[in-house]
Structures are given as C-alpha cells and as structure tokens.
Design a protein around this ligand. Structure first.
Ligand SMILES: Nc1ncnc2c1ncn2[C@@H]1O[C@H](COP(=O)(O)OP(=O)(O)O)[C@@H](O)[C@H]1O
Ligand SMILES: [Mg+2]
Length: 364
C-alpha cells in the first residue's frame, strides 16, 4: 500500500481513564494517542500494569464498571455490508449498539487465557457458530460448515469430530486456536491480541504466533498485538508503541524502535530482552518499579528509575518530541538544551549485532 493512501482503522486521541477503588482513584490511562492503519500490525509493549489491556478494552467498549473515561475519543473506521464507509466514536456508542454492530463482528479480541473466553459447558462447535448466528452472518447449516472450515484454518485436525468436544478435552494450545477461530468467525477487520501466547509453552507460543501472522497476511486484517515480549514484536510488528505508567512514551516503526530507540525506558526494555548471542547469562532488569497511579505523577513518571534523569524531569512532564515523521519519544533528553546522552554502549553493541543478523519481518 502507498504511504499516502493509508487509511486509519483506529485513531485514539487524548484518552484518560480513572478507576475508582477503595484506596482512591487510580489514574490508569493518562492521555494516550494511538493510530493504526488498515492492514498493518501495531505492537503495544510495556511492563505489566502500564495500561495496555485497559486501553484496548476501551477500544472494545468493555471497560470495568468502576472505570470512568475522563477524556478522549476512539474513532473507528469500517465498511458497512453495503460497502459504505463509516467512522464512529466507540466511547459514545451505546453498549447495545456496540454489541450489535462492532464487537465480535468487526473488532475481535483474543485474551491471554483462552479459558476466560470459552464456555466450559458448551461444545466448541456451538461456540464458534454462536457469533455468526447472533450477528445474522449465516444460517445454521452454513454456520456449521464455516465453523469446520475455521477449525481447519487454525490448524485443528479432524475438525468435524472436534466440533463436538468441550474445552476441557483440548490442550491449552488447541484452546487458544479455538478462541482464534471464534474471533475470526464473523470476519472482523481488526483483531486485538492481548498477550495471546503468554500462558502457553514456548513451542506452542511460536505456532500460535505463526498462525496469527498467517491469518493477518491471508485476510489482510489490521492487528493490535499486546505483549511484553520484544522478541515477538520484532517478528510481527510494523509499528510499535511503548507504554509506561498509562502513557505512550515512544512510538515508531519497528526498525526505529529496535535500531534507533531514544527513550531510556525503551533502552531498558531492549536491554532486558533475552538475546541468543549474549554470553552473559545474567539478564538486565530495569531497576525500581512503576509509580503508584493512585497518586498524581509529578514530572516524568520514569524519572525515579532513569539513570539519565535531568533536573527538569522532577517538575515537568516531557512532551512527545518528534524525531522523524513516524518516530516520537517523550523524554527531556530530546530537548535541544539537554546534554547529549547516548544509549548504553552495551545496548549499542547488541543492536549492531541485531542489525547484522537476521532482521524482522522477512515474511512481509
Ligand atoms: N477494574 C479495575 N479497577 C482498578 N484498577 C484497575 C482495573 N483494571 C485495571 N486497573 C489498573 O489499571 C492499570 C493498568 O492495567 P492494565 O491495562 O491491565 O495493565 P497491562 O499493561 O498489564 O495490561 C493497573 O494499574 C491496574 O491495576
Ligand atoms: Mg494486560
């Protein structure tokens, strides 16, 4: 696709979300902006608790009851069955309308633990057919045939027999394939994968990842892939958003994030990534812990963990500095008045090795 003909599927602007808890209000999402173009894959990375899942739940309109959206828009553009284009603000839609027109039908989500999305009391065939029947995508006979085809597509052998199985009769990897089949049943144009392989063992992880990539290629759908595993990101993403304490702190193409990272937090994540070439067994971990979002954040939320922190970090939040048309980072180190700071030498060497070796996306 030509760069200037790209169409946005999702555009999130200035999204802020608070949770009411017994301990007080948790400011979980603090002004998030996200763009996803049609047919592309965006990875959202960041430590646990940074707000990845909450942001995507907001995009599905399935936030928890104790949540409050303080600001923002989530614009979603899709094509109706008659081919006409429509853009809606997910946050302004009624629950009923979301369920009827968007959720499951056009935007589908795969979660980390397949058991949370499967009904243990229902045959898997029925579960795959359910959405098609509910959204009026097919009659019973067609839905059955399509479900069998989907099982084949996600690599389940003897699909006809499997249709009658219950979830407990399947392995974890097979269950996640079923969840993917359910997600694909209504031909969504956007697939959100929330750490879909985290609960699985390494070989199964790789197979599920390959499956998602193949489906993305064959169906040309847009994918948002949430993970804390940067190795996965290198394989699948076109763009990467790095999240920290409820904000996007760096965004860029996958090459920019891996080869020219500019935010010290991204440096930390990359340094902590397991690397087959590294002889040293001890893996780096970013010191400290993320801030408690019950309390307002003063200055740069990453400053207390940042060995390169500047004085200004204590009192002012850094804006997103532009590096290229596609690359931005929120760190005062990019201010023209800041001292010149390079990424750690160790990381530079690591990246140089990565650049010489096999790079991402050879399948694109
Ligand atoms: N229903 C809830 N009530 C209170 N806090 C919540 C709720 N859901 C999420 N949070 C908080 O919001 C923050 C972001 O969570 P989440 O998006 O799940 O992080 P992750 O990046 O690991 O997916 C965390 O601090 C989490 O504790
Ligand atoms: Mg999560």
């Amino acid at each position: 696709m030509e760069k200037n003909t790209k169409e946005k599927v999702i555009e999130i602007r200035d999204l802020s979300i608070t949770f009411e808890t017994l301990a007080g209000n948790v400011h979980a999402i603090r002004g998030v902006n996200i763009d996803l173009f049609r047919g592309e894959t965006l990875a959202i990375v960041g430590e646990s608790g940074s707000g990845k899942s909450v942001t995507m739940k907001a995009a599905m309109g399935i936030l928890a009851k104790n949540s409050q959206v303080d600001s923002g828009t989530i614009m979603y553009t899709y094509y109706r069955d008659d081919g006409t284009k429509r853009t809606v603000n997910i946050l302004e839609m009624k629950k009923k309308s979301l369920r009827k027109h968007i959720n499951g039908k056009r935007i589908a989500m795969i979660f980390q633990d397949p058991m949370t999305s499967l009904d243990p009391t229902m045959q898997i065939g029925k579960q795959i057919m359910e959405g098609m029947l509910w959204h009026g995508r097919a009659n019973k006979t067609d839905a059955w045939a399509k479900a069998v085809k989907l099982l084949e597509e996600v690599g389940i052998e003897e699909p006809e027999r499997r249709m009658k199985n219950y979830p407990h009769q399947l392995s974890g990897g097979m269950r996640q394939r079923i969840v993917i089949a359910i997600a694909l049943a209504c031909d969504p144009d956007l697939l959100i994968c929330d750490e879909p392989t985290t609960a699985l063992d390494v070989t199964i992880q790789a197979k599920i990842l390959e499956l998602i990539q193949r489906i993305q290629r064959e169906r040309g759908i847009s994918v948002i892939y949430i993970t804390h595993d940067l190795g996965v990101v290198a394989k699948i993403a076109d763009y990467v958003d790095v999240m920290y304490a409820g904000k996007i702190v760096e965004k860029g193409t996958v090459e920019e994030i891996f080869y020219e990272p500019r935010h010290p937090y991204t440096w930390g994540l990359l340094s902590a990534m397991p690397d087959l070439d590294t002889e040293d067994e001890r893996l780096y971990t970013i010191p400290g812990t993320p801030p408690n979002l019950l309390h307002p954040v003063e200055g740069d939320a990453f400053a207390p963990r940042n060995q390169y922190a500047l004085k200004i970090d204590q009192r002012a939040e850094p804006p997103m500095f532009k590096i290229t048309d596609t690359h931005y980072a929120a760190t005062w180190l990019l201010d023209e008045r800041a001292p010149k700071v390079e990424m750690p030498v160790e990381l530079r060497h690591r990246i140089d090795r990565m650049m010489k070796g096999e790079v991402k996306n050879d399948n694109n």
